[in-house]
Design a protein around this ligand. Structure first.
Ligand code: MN
Length: 227
């Protein structure tokens, strides 16, 4: 579970402070603060090494927050919650830089929250029923999500998505997400090379499979499905 400190940090970044943190419930305004990592840097090893987490959280994710804060100063976005910035800037070509950084700030909060150090637990209950019904079962869902990740050309994300309760899989480029366009992501796998290259080099599929098999906290995924 998340520590009190992590939840408070989440609130500072516009994330619900009760129950499981859900970044789609965004409340705060700028300056946005990157939430604390909800586990130790070496907690996801060997699936994701300590070095990768250190750089990914401490450099890449941190930089999205810093750049976003620099960009929104003096704009109407300054008074908005992080999630609202993502949605409001998603369709505006002139605000592409803000969207890219807000999207990546949001996506990575979502990303860190969904992992469970020490191993995965299989999905159950309504989540498993929906995976069986809409995606042909857990094994097929994993295989197809690995394929969706492989289908992202260059940098982007692979997602398990709920659209009004119906599950689907998709890949998005750059800092985009289903959330930016009004759908509900349940699980997001970062397939930018910074997420896996130190540990897996070019073997993106091996990385995504290992993530799905070993560190996803399916309780968080199930909680996201409740909305
Ligand atoms: Mn990343």
């Amino acid at each position: 579970m998340f520590t009190r400190r992590a939840l408070l940090a989440g609130a500072a970044a516009g994330i619900a402070a009760s129950g499981l943190a859900r970044p789609h419930i965004a409340r705060a305004a700028a300056p946005f603060r990157q939430p604390d990592l909800p586990f130790a840097e070496d907690a996801l090893a060997p699936t994701i090494s300590s070095q990768t987490v250190n750089l990914h959280y401490g450099k890449h994710h941190a930089a999205y927050f810093k750049t976003l804060n620099d960009l929104v100063g003096g704009t109407p976005y300054e008074a908005m919650a992080l999630g609202d910035i993502v949605k409001a800037s998603a369709e505006k070509d002139a605000d592409r830089k803000i969207f890219n950084n807000a999207g990546q700030a949001w996506n990575h909060v979502f990303y860190w929250e969904q992992f469970k150090p020490g191993g995965a637990k299989a999905p159950a209950g309504d989540l498993l029923a929906a995976v069986d019904k809409d995606l042909g079962g857990l094994d097929k869902m994993k295989t197809d999500l690995v394929a969706a990740a492989g289908g992202v050309f260059g940098s982007g994300w692979a997602w398990l998505v709920s659209d009004k309760g119906k599950l689907s899989l998709e890949g998005t480029p750059g800092g985009d997400s289903p959330f930016a366009h009004g759908r509900t992501p349940l699980l997001g796998v970062d397939v930018w090379e910074h997420a896996y290259y130190l540990d897996y080099q070019n073997r993106r599929a091996d990385h995504v499979k290992a993530v799905l098999d070993t560190i996803v906290n399916w309780d968080v995924v199930a909680e996201r499905m409740k909305g």
